[in-house]
Design a protein around this ligand. Structure first.
Ligand code: PEP
Ligand code: MG
Length: 593
């Protein structure tokens, strides 16, 4: 953190919600969503050579930008995701496109932006008319590249990723999960967005990447401009514009304190996650990216409780093959063996979309064609993934988990498809674990209320509180306007969790939580008291949660849960959680705020 403020303007406090913890102080890089039209301008004859060289320079710059994006994609989400940009480079290098643009600048005496637009339109018309599917699909690539060239010519910085060249805090109206996945970690010290909430997948991805984030700020894009200095605290969900010297001093002190606490907690790595009276809870990790597998052990998690496999499908233009998926799963599984890895089957839809899977726009995407609904409707995609997971099970302890189950019929159908895959692999002589355990996510109230029925068909439950809260309270988890109603400690949510835990235990199943609540140390004792067996969270959250478990007895936690279940409001429950935390592990409050 720099030593002093450079601004003489008054400090302004902007409040949002904490998307990903951490402090950052840097210059703003504001992302403009405005592309600007390709304005047409007639050239004088002496302007033509300059226009041609401007075009050539723009092509070189576009190529450089694509290289940068490819490189950051390779680092963030794996090599094959970056290959989609090879097609973009081929378009740029296409001699006909290049020559025709230069010829037209000379012949029509038009500026390069207008000529590129015209040449692109003609190209796309021709491509759209051909019989070949592959060529027709290239229309989108040609348009994408042309837009990029026009933006460079017009000097517009459209995407955060494109023009970023020094360490900054990115400020944007919104970032998609895939844009977040491709942020350059060496340059992006943090990000602040108008939209979003704690459990949006953008925030989840920021935590996975260790980038501090404040989301749901409402109008931060209209309050700051590129070049402003801001201080952001992703733990408290606050952004300070033109921070005062006193605020900077305070935040430096806070950073030091948090670091000391984190260091102390890191010493617990090899200690058991056990209450003072010897009751153990399994602490596992949620991972989104392959490289996070290394973080799992580093923070003391026992395996992976949720591998969000959809990130293998996002940020690429084709579907991952069975071999590609097998490579990814096997990589994680064998690195973590003998600890278990729960691979969640692909949860696309809601706020996560893949270019390879065309989904019609929906008015309520979170209530729509998402997760298991999509998989059951696309058995060929589902089977490819199940086969890859099964094959990975020959290399370590793998479990399968279905997301967004709303009725038992979905579990039965999914299990039948799984059996078909096993049969195929048997015939092909491929090794796999025939007794692979299958579980479901409990994230829809109907699943929680019929957990006793679901229990007959699976080996475990994992409660997805991010969605359970949204569906129980009818509060869109990514809508900042209703974020104040998104209350994980709402008594209705607690009752559904209790029903699930009791039904699971009555059938001999273990029950975990893999939503955001599992990684919030303020919630640990409540979940423990409710009888949860496993908590799965961002790897870096494990030490604080472990400290909470080690600070109490089971009796204390049960008492907290009993009081909470008979509370009237979410705030009351939160108050009880804070009080007990303040008594048993006060230093933890510094990390959660
Ligand atoms: C959840 O809903 O709690 C969950 C873990 O799944 P996701 O956040 O990916 O929807
Ligand atoms: Mg979910």
């Amino acid at each position: 953190m720099p030593r002093k403020s450079t601004s003489s303007q008054p400090e302004v406090i902007l409040r949002g919600v904490g998307g990903s913890p951490g402090l950052a102080y840097a210059t703003v890089y504001r992302v403009s969503a405005d592309e600007g039209p390709a304005v047409e301008r007639l050239l004088k004859s002496n302007e033509i050579p300059r226009e041609i060289s401007r075009f050539k320079k723009a092509v070189r710059e576009t190529r450089r930008q694509i290289d940068v994006i490819q490189k950051s994609l390779r680092g963030a989400v794996g090599a094959y995701d970056a290959d989609i940009f090879d097609m973009h480079k081929m378009v740029l290098e296409d001699g006909a496109f290049f020559e025709e643009t230069i010829r037209k600048i000379k012949q029509d005496r038009l500026n390069a932006e207008a000529v590129v637009r015209g040449v692109t339109n003609r190209y796309c018309e021709v491509l759209s008319a051909v019989e070949d599917d592959y060529l027709r699909e290239r229309v989108a690539d040609v348009r994408d590249v042309a837009r990029r060239v026009i933006r460079v010519l017009a000097g517009v910085k459209h995407h955060a990723l494109d023009g970023l060249s020094s360490k900054s805090i990115v400020v944007a109206a919104d970032l998609s999960p895939s844009e977040t996945a491709t942020l350059r970690r060496d340059l992006v010290l943090g990000f602040a967005t108008d939209m979003g909430s704690t459990t949006s997948h953008t925030a989840i991805m920021a935590r996975a990447l260790g980038i501090p984030a404040v989301v749901g700020l409402g109008d931060v894009t209209s309050r700051v401009v590129s070049g402003d200095r801001i201080l952001m605290d992703g733990t408290e969900g606050v952004v300070l514009l033109h921070p005062s010297a006193a605020s900077l001093r305070k935040s430096r002190k806070q950073a030091r304190q948090r670091k000391t606490i984190q260091y102390g907690l890191s010493q617990l790595r090899d200690q058991p996650a056990e209450t003072q009276d010897g009751h153990g809870v399994v602490l596992s990790a949620n991972i989104e990216l392959l490289e996070e597998a290394d973080e799992v052990r580093k923070f003391g998690a026992e395996g992976v409780g949720l591998f969000r496999s959809e990130y293998l499908f996002i940020a690429r233009q084709d579907l991952p093959t069975e071999a590609e998926q097998l490579k990814a799963y096997r990589g994680v599984v064998s690195r973590l063996a003998p600890d278990p890895v729960i691979i969640r089957t692909v949860d696309l839809g809601g706020d996560k979309f893949a270019s390879s899977v065309k989904m019609a726009p929906e008015i309520n995407p979170f209530l729509g064609f998402r997760a298991i609904r999509f998989c059951l409707a696309k058995p060929e995609i589902f089977k490819t993934q199940l086969r890859a997971i099964l094959r990975a099970s020959a290399h370590g302890k793998v479990r399968i988990m279905y997301p967004m189950i709303s009725n038992v019929g979905e579990v039965i159908r999914a299990n039948l498809i799984l059996e078909e895959c096993k049969e195929e692999l048997r015939r092909e002589g491929m090794p796999f674990n025939a007794k692979i355990e299958v579980g479901v996510m409990i994230e829809i109230p109907s699943a929680a209320l019929t957990a006793d029925v679901l229990a007959r068909h699976v080996s475990f439950f994992s409660i997805g509180t991010n969605d359970l809260v949204q569906y129980t309270l009818a509060v869109d988890r990514v809508n900042d306007r209703v974020a104040h109603l998104y209350e994980p400690t709402h008594p209705a949510v607690l009752r559904l969790m209790k029903t699930t835990i009791e039904a699971g235990h009555a059938h001999g199943l273990w029950v975990g939580v893999c939503g955001q609540m599992a990684g919030d140390p303020l919630m640990t004792l409540l979940l423990l008291g409710l009888g949860i067996d496993e908590l799965s969270m961002a790897p870096s959250s494990v030490p604080a949660v472990k400290e909470m478990i080690r600070s109490v007895t089971r009796v204390q936690a049960r008492r907290l849960a009993r009081r909470s279940l008979s509370a009237e409001t979410a705030a009351e429950v939160l108050g009880y959680c804070r009080d007990l935390t303040a008594r048993v592990a006060p230093e933890i409050l510094e990390l959660v705020k």
